[in-house]
Design a protein around this ligand. Structure first.
Ligand code: BG6
Length: 480
């Protein structure tokens, strides 16, 4: 991959929360750990009427608060441009960008990062195009934060607007799950290890479960969340990414478009999700780790009587040669007992039970592979061994790998993603047709008239959630 060339990193929404908490610390790490240093200059753009000096101080404080290593951070390369809301002409911004590039001797490579509320994406994208900022003397890359659209129609409209000004090869749609090291490892795990890949499909796999559990609630974002709900907030983006990576076919090469093409194929293979395959929930007051927490509707920003779902579990059918007949279960929710992201692949039972008279129930243990994406990243493979001694007895044992035992620390998702934008690698960004495939799958679910069942905070969702699995067994989760 090409190294990061000298460029101007233009952040829209420069004084916002995302910039302060995520982008600035990640930029500082990119400069110190990846030799990007002097190749990065930054221009913050927002409504606040402040100058370069104020912004530099504000950025330093944000970086200090985040405990960032500032060895290679230079204030002289940080600039600010005020662009009051409602300004429909970004010509002033273009002049500013060109002025900075002249002064610093930059070749005109630009990253335009929209760290903005989604409602303003369309206006800003159109203005960038009209101001002639979609192209420049060097390369120009547009980074769009999530959520990308609210449903299929709005996502398609946004894609059309983006493509009216930018080529798809310039567009980097963020899903921060793709920047997580362990999410990327799904590809290595699957395609570098023939052992698992040869068992990956309907001949050997009985079911796949994806759990993304959060113990936190809406954390001051209830205003946004109440109009979004869990399907828009988590499923259409993050869980769809996990689903496509765990289920996709091998790409013809490790090339960004080859990988993304296979992910889209997988999403397009998923059958229509019926009402009977979905359980929605909303948390009420409860207790998590010994602490009492209020219910979702107790938040003053939540509309009275809101039926926004904070939990969903669903069963999907992937109708392709590899997965036909293997159910994929997805569940995610807020205010569950703990934070964990895991994928459990349950393998079929041996075709013949040789251990009658040894085990009461020959069906007791199946091999299960659990990929633990966060926290305690690693995996666990459960298999049967003969317990020592007589009489012959089978016992399930885990084989475990932990990232923290093998490696000290994992890079932050934003650091990975920002470096990839700088290097022009689109692999970890969502392509237009991928967004469309995901919304095509989930928009009909938003339109289903489903009850939203209550669950107390600190539980694994509403009672109805087990019916998706039948009464055969509980959801699989590695204890943390
Ligand atoms: C965000 C959602 O995209 O992902 C949040 O908007 C959610 O509601 C967050 O809490 C979860 O991300 P992570 O990295 O903590 O699993």
């Amino acid at each position: 991959m090409a190294a990061a060339e000298p460029h101007l990193f233009v952040v829209f929404g420069a004084t916002g929360d995302l910039t302060r908490r995520k982008l600035l610390p990640a930029l500082a790490r990119v400069t110190t750990e990846n030799d990007v240093g002097a190749n990065l200059s930054m221009l913050g753009v927002s409504r606040s009427e402040i100058g370069d000096g104020d912004f530099r101080r504000w950025a330093r404080k944000a970086l200090d608060d985040a405990g960032a290593d500032l060895t290679d951070w230079s204030d002289d390369r940080v600039f600010y441009h005020a662009s009051p809301e409602g300004t429909s002409d970004l010509g002033g911004l273009r002049d500013r960008i060109e002025g900075i590039e002249r002064d610093l001797g930059l070749p005109g490579n630009r990253i335009l990062y929209l760290a903005l509320p989604p409602r303003v994406f369309p206006g800003v994208i159109a203005q960038l195009g009209e101001a002639g900022l979609a192209t420049g003397p060097g390369w120009t890359r547009l980074v769009v934060e999530k959520p990308f659209g609210r449903d299929l129609q709005s996502a398609n409209e946004l894609n059309a607007l983006v493509h009216a000004h930018f080529d798809e090869s310039q567009v980097y749609r963020i899903d921060h799950y793709l920047g997580k090291e362990t999410v990327q490892n799904l590809l290595a795990f699957r395609f570098a290890n023939l052992l698992f890949e040869s068992a990956w499909g309907r001949d050997r796999v009985e079911s796949v479960e994806i759990t993304v559990a959060e113990d936190l609630g809406t954390e001051g974002r209830a205003g946004y969340y109440d109009s979004a709900g869990v399907i828009r907030d988590m499923v259409q983006n993050h869980l769809s990414q996990l689903l496509s990576l765990i289920g996709m076919e091998a790409p013809h090469s490790f090339d960004d478009d080859a990988i993304r093409t296979e992910k889209v194929q997988l999403l397009r293979s998923v059958g229509t999700i019926a009402a009977g395959d979905v359980v929605l929930g909303q948390y009420t007051a409860g207790t998590i780790a010994g602490e009492d927490v209020p219910g979702y509707r107790d938040d003053p920003e939540v509309a009275a009587g809101s039926t926004a779902a904070t939990f969903v579990a669903m069963r999907l059918a992937v109708n392709n040669w590899r997965w036909e007949g293997v159910p994929f279960y997805l569940r995610t929710g807020k205010r569950l007992p703990r934070k964990t992201t895991q994928i459990a692949v349950t393998f079929r039972r041996p075709p013949v039970c040789l251990f009658h008279g040894v085990q009461d129930d020959c069906e007791a243990h199946q091999n299960v592979l659990i990929l633990i994406l966060q926290p305690d990243e690693g995996f666990e493979l459960r298999f049967d061994v003969k317990a020592p001694g007589d009489p012959l007895r089978l016992q399930e044992q885990p084989l475990h790998f932990g990232y923290d035992e093998a490696y000290h620390s994992l890079p932050d998702a934003y650091e990975t993603l920002l470096l990839d934008v700088m290097e022009g690698d689109q692999t970890l960004f969502v392509r237009a047709d991928e967004v469309e495939a995901s919304w095509s799958l989930h928009t009909p679910v938003l339109d289903l008239d489903l009850p939203v069942l209550e669950y107390p905070a600190g539980t694994w969702g509403p009672d109805g959630v087990d019916r998706l699995l039948g009464k055969a067994r509980p959801w699989i989760l590695r204890e943390g």
